[in-house]
Design a protein around this ligand. Structure first.
Ligand SMILES: [Zn+2]
Length: 424
């Protein structure tokens, strides 16, 4: 199949006027000027007219479990109050509700041009009953706050669920090649946060990541209250965690980042540095000068997921985009969940980012939802750009001939889409 558009934005070289993409199976096999593509490739032509064709979006941080909580929790006085509010909502939900919520989330993410999602779920045992309609990297979200002595069991049970999923996908491969190809994605582990997952749980996840070559993600330095808890042994989050029985002996004059990196010992930080590229760290809103020193010293770098609209909802400190970028961090966009956001649109996320950082070039903003998250998911050769060999995951939006990248970011409405070579 050949797909022609007024302009093709490949995210891998200059945009191509009167461009086309040749698709075979679920992959792109050729891209270039329409004249050349139709000479070198056979197939039906889908002419998208005056549209811009670009790679499908990749959401680097999301919790589809909570799609059903849209509009249920108004902004709270504190982050801790929000945790209490979402816990109250969650206590009303059944496994069936979560399944419906996750499936609705997939539909919504797809409607806004997302073709790949890094999705954290607190219910890895439900994954085999979900029908993802887009590529999914499943992260099992792990919490052992009430039973830190069982950290290993918590992790190992989740790994078992995720691995059985891999086996199920393998057996499905022979029957429904297309569906299986979409479902058989990477999986990873998500110790929820330093305040809800024990040191042993983090350590176990790192061990498994080394054996299984999987990805890891966590929430880090998200709120002022988290910093206050670990640095000052004080504040609402400290009080709440203590009240539910969390051992608080790690709350001693350290920042969350310092604790995560094993600082203040630079030796430990250096040692951890080797494995940091496995991590996608969500948020990182609250960083001190000593944290920046640690980031500069670190041997390797994690990836960072910034969620602009969830950030606005909570009123966190300004995200240090320029400093993190200049230190070489790979920064991606995520939507977070609908318990702190209005929609799962990465277009809206890019617009919120643009409001926050108006001096960042629109083309660079588009990278935050395409090539950068592809790299974070270790799939930079297969996702996030249009070139021979990448998956045929595409979207197209109308173009009126204005500033190309501005037009893409400003686009509202449902884009034309292709996933794994299938027009949606
Ligand atoms: Zn999150």
């Amino acid at each position: 199949m050949l797909i022609r558009a007024r302009i093709v934005v490949t995210m891998h070289g200059e945009p191509i006027d009167n461009g086309a993409v040749a698709v075979s199976g679920n992959r792109i096999v050729d891209v270039g000027r329409f004249d050349g593509i139709k000479t070198h490739n056979a197939g039906d032509v889908v002419d998208l007219g005056e549209q811009v064709l670009l790679p499908g979006f990749i959401n680097a941080h999301c919790h589809l479990d909570y799609t059903c909580l849209r509009g249920k929790i108004p902004p709270q006085k504190s982050f801790t109050d929000w945790i209490k509010a979402i816990n109250a909502e969650k206590s009303q939900l059944s496994g069936k509700d979560y399944l419906a919520s996750i499936n609705d989330g997939f539909k919504e993410a797809k409607r806004f041009g997302t073709t790949t999602i890094a999705n954290l779920t607190a219910f890895p045992e439900l994954i085999s009953r979900v029908q993802p309609t887009i590529r999914t990297c499943w992260f099992a979200e792990l919490i052992d706050i009430r039973a830190p002595e069982h950290a290993n069991e918590v992790v190992d049970a989740a790994v078992e669920s995720l691995k059985s999923l891999e086996c199920a996908d393998m057996s499905a491969l022979s029957k429904r090649r297309h569906v299986a190809a979409l479902q058989m994605q990477r999986w990873g582990l998500a110790p929820h946060a330093l305040f809800t997952a024990s040191k042993d749980l983090f350590r176990r996840c790192e061990e498994i990541a080394q054996h299984e070559h999987i990805l890891l993600t966590t929430h880090l330095a998200e709120s002022r209250e988290e910093t206050e808890m670990f640095r000052d042994s004080a504040g609402p989050l400290y009080d709440f965690m203590k009240s539910i029985g969390r051992p608080m002996d790690d709350c001693r004059n350290r920042t969350p980042l310092g604790l995560f990196l094993g600082a203040p010992s630079p030796r430990t930080a250096g040692k951890l540095g080797g494995a940091l590229s496995n991590w996608i760290v969500a948020h990182l809103n609250e960083l001190s000068e000593s944290d920046f020193e640690l980031l500069e010293r670190s041997n390797s770098k994690f990836h960072v997921a910034h969620c602009p609209r969830s950030h606005n909802y909570f009123g966190h400190s300004a995200f240090a985009f320029d400093r993190l970028r200049s230190l070489g961090f790979n920064i991606c966009l995520g939507t977070d969940s609908l318990a702190s956001n209005e929609s799962l649109s990465l277009f809206a996320e890019m617009r919120a980012f643009q409001n926050e950082f108006p001096s960042v070039a629109p083309e660079e903003i588009l990278k935050l939802a395409t090539v950068n998250p592809a790299r974070a998911l270790r799939q930079e050769e297969e996702l996030g750009k249009i070139c021979p060999g990448t998956y045929a995951d595409l979207l197209a939006v109308p173009s009126n001939g204005g500033d190309l990248f501005e037009e893409i970011i400003a686009s509202v409405g449902e884009p034309w889409m292709m996933i794994a070579g299938q027009v949606q």
